[in-house]
Design a protein around this ligand. Structure first.
Ligand code: ADP
Length: 392
């Protein structure tokens, strides 16, 4: 019998990640293959990695936009869009605005709502909308589910949801949304499954990838985040600035004469680890570099992760555990060690050997535990998609 399948799609500004899930006899989705179309709009490439042990494949692919990338995937005989038993699609949509607070089955009304909040994430929501529309045209009978990175944070108390600006701007949608919510939702679930006593407490989670943010989880609920209105806020990232005195933007406009587009490109593409180091946006390259500014960029990153941990602990009235996740958090013992050394005052004592081996517990004889937990945003999307398709 053909097993049921779902395809999960994650449209970035110049990439399209995908994963195919098979629904197992116990009803749980399990990943069957994953891949990515990289550098859409340029001479890019298509990567496909099956999970059955077959070798990953890589082919050149020059897709002009996300619709062309999707057409290329649809033409693959063994790709994610031609799998027998395909029942629907799940999407990561970065911004759900103030109203889209749970995953939704995408119909005309939901698509209009997603388009309406698009100005809040002009670089991120439009490619997801392109993919939603292209799939609706190609597979009109198959349901699509949109899952929002902001949704997990929508229960923040007012003090964590507001800026100190007039109320009319809050009403117009200028709020501290928080992002990486699908990742934090996965971690919250993993804590319940593996460390239930910890899950019931106050946990600071650090999602440290190319994009990076941190979340205060109290009894499994997000109560604050380092990211705010856009994915520029908070920690320094690969190429994004992180928190900046708004006066810097005024200075760029008034003293350098930069317009909005120039400032946007600067903040999203030219700052962060890349801007500060002048060497690279990639943490591995910076860790291997002896250039003084590369070493400063690494220290700046570590300092801000530790500083934010203190702030988020304060927002919960204390901290019971710390979790590292995403590319840097899952794979860099050096960054984890340097962060935990700065958090000794909060009761975290690094276990060097456990950290080198990748945990999962990174502390020993410690007042408080720290863990590394690999995140899986696609699995969260697959679960929501299956639940909404089955509930129709
Ligand atoms: P994205 O936000 O694009 O999903 P990832 O979660 O894949 O990013 O994380 C990418 C980051 O992880 C890059 O900065 C990369 O250098 C870093 N990284 C990956 N492996 C390692 C490693 N072994 N040591 C240090 N950093 C690493």
């Amino acid at each position: 019998m053909t097993s049921r399948c779902l395809c999960v799609l994650n449209a970035g500004s110049s990439s399209l990640k995908f994963a195919l899930y098979r629904v197992m006899p116990d009803g749980a989705p399990r990943r069957a293959l994953s891949g990515e179309v990289e550098r859409i709009g340029e001479k890019g490439r298509l990567l496909i990695a099956p999970t059955d042990g077959a070798a990953p494949r890589e082919t050149p692919l020059a897709a002009r936009d996300h619709a062309e990338a999707l057409a290329a995937l649809a033409a693959l005989p063994d790709g994610p869009l031609t799998a027998p038993g395909l029942e629907g699609f799940g999407h990561r949509v970065v911004h759900g605005g103030p109203t889209l607070t749970t995953p939704v089955l995408v119909d005309t009304a939901a698509l209009a709502q997603i388009e309406a909040v698009s100005p809040l994430a002009p670089l991120h929501n439009p490619p997801a909308i392109t993919v939603l529309k292209a799939l609706a045209a190609r597979f009109p009978a198959l349901p699509q589910v949109a899952c929002f990175d902001t949704a997990f944070h929508r229960g923040h108390p007012a003090v964590a949801d507001r800026f100190a600006i007039p109320d009319e701007f809050y009403q117009a949608g200028v709020r501290r949304y928080g992002f990486h919510g699908l990742s934090y939702e996965y971690i919250a679930g993993a804590l319940v499954a593996h460390y239930p006593a910890v899950a019931a407490g106050r946990v600071v989670v650090a999602h440290l990838g190319n994009g990076a943010s941190m979340c205060a989880l109290a009894n499994g609920h997000s109560v604050d985040s380092s990211m705010g209105f856009t994915a520029l806020d908070g920690l320094p990232m690969g190429t994004r600035s992180g928190s900046l005195d708004p006066g810097v933007i005024l200075w760029l406009q008034q003293q350098k004469g930069w317009n909005g587009d120039r400032v946007e490109h600067f903040l999203y593409e030219e700052c962060g680890l890349k801007g500060l180091s002048g060497v690279s946006n990639d943490m591995r390259t910076l860790l291997a570099s002896e250039a003084p500014l590369a070493q400063l960029a690494v220290e700046y990153f570590v300092y801000h992760v530790a500083r934010t941990a203190g702030a988020l602990a304060a927002s919960m009235g204390g901290i019971d555990a710390f979790v590292f996740t995403a590319g840097i958090g899952e794979r860099s013992p050096e960054i984890r060690a340097r962060v935990l050394q700065r958090l000794e005052w909060l009761g975290f004592t690094l276990d060097d050997a456990a950290n080198q081996q990748g945990g999962p517990c990174l502390t020993t004889g410690s007042a408080r535990p720290a863990y590394v937990i690999p995140t899986d945003e696609e699995l969260v999307i697959a679960r929501h998609t299956l639940a909404l398709i089955d509930a129709r």
